[in-house]
Design a protein around this ligand. Structure first.
Ligand code: F42
Length: 145
């Protein structure tokens, strides 16, 4: 894997627990939230250089994935958003499979198409958007050839 650094677990206990179960089971347990599938995104901390592991809802289309920076509808973007803007490389784990991927923020028509897929995969995203004035950023992750 091309990402280097020491793994720093999330300060949130529930997130830490999900990452640990997902990984220790080889992607066979801890792979859902509210009954819907979740992927794990390893990203590099923009200041610390440490590896962060962030569970996100699974929004897949033709081998690419949307990463929706909803942060539960909070007023601020999640920290991983800033990490990805600064260093747009991740490792994405989808249950038992894992890929090195590059990410980019999408806008306009492309964002709208991915947003529709995201809400279809996880309807709560629509409520999160209503709770906040910020437009929830959407990244697309694509495999590095
Ligand atoms: N969050 C989403 O935004 N979208 C989802 O679809 C989503 C789904 C989901 C499913 C399951 C699950 O368990 C969690 C899920 N979450 C989802 C929550 C998600 O995993 C994150 O916890 C959430 O988005 C908040 O992300 P965050 O990056 O803001 O995490 C905080 C709690 C965090 O880890 N903060 C660290 C800390 O120590 O406070 C900082 C981490 C960091 O990257 N630090 C940088 C560094 O260099 O290391 C420095 C940052 C700076 O600029 O100061």
């Amino acid at each position: 894997m091309p990402l280097e650094g020491t793994y720093e677990p999330s300060p949130s206990q529930w997130v830490r627990d999900q990452v640990e179960l997902y990984e220790s089971s080889g992607g066979t347990q801890g792979t859902t939230m509210r009954g819907l599938p979740v992927v794990l995104v390893t990203n590099v901390g923009v200041k610390s250089g440490k590896l962060r592991k962030t569970p996100l809802m699974r929004v897949e289309h033709e081998g690419a994935y949307a990463l929706v920076a909803s942060n539960g509808g909070a007023v601020k973007h999640p920290v991983w958003h800033h990490n990805l803007v600064a260093f747009p490389r991740i490792v994405l784990r989808d249950e038992t499979r894992e890929w090195d991927m590059k990410v980019r923020v999408v806008s306009g028509e492309e964002r709208r198409a991915w947003w529709d897929r995201a809400v279809e995969a996880f309807p709560d995203y629509a409520d999160y958007q209503l709770r906040t004035d910020r437009e929830i950023p959407v990244f697309v992750a694509e495999r590095i050839a």
